[in-house]
Ligand binder design. Sequence first.
Ligand SMILES: [Zn+2]
Length: 197
Amino acid sequence: MKIFSLFLAVILFSSCSLNQKSINRSFNRSLYVANYLNFAFGYNAKADFPKIYQAVFASLNEIPDDVLEKVTNTRHPVLFTVNITTGIARWANSSEVNLAINSEHVFQNGFYLIKLADELENTSDTEAIEGIVLHELAHNYLDHLKKQKFSCDMEREANREVKKWGFEEKFLKAKKMFGSKERGDSPCHDQTATSLP
Ligand SMILES: [Zn+2]
């Protein structure tokens, strides 16, 4: 079964160029995302952090095509990992990046790492987690981390982008559940715009 999955992954990644101008709408997006996450989130993420995995999966499955194309471009891919904050693993833990794909140009231009807290797994509504993931994907899409200086405008711009993609409801759930509640929570906390991480 594992060999079959691997074969499928190779076929998928070689038949569906990640660098083409637009993604062919006839391709199986769910399968593409599942295989991408085997690479970018690791084989165990689905079993170890089912809600976080589900939120990441749903986010990639639902974002606009050009955003999916950018964030899954293996030359500069978005990778996901879970920050473990409890138990002995809080001192140190590792993530495996599986390169069982057509890897000639993988990481050619670096990578972008989204670190999600293990506490998110305690959230009852995965759509709120999705709101967080979408916000982080928006930072990547807008190349915010390539800029020299952090600004609160970037936070607002990322939030606007998530809404532009059509996820206002998920954004609001994330804002309600994870947004800064008091001064000191976030450098961007103010009365008018509750910020996300
Ligand atoms: Zn942010």
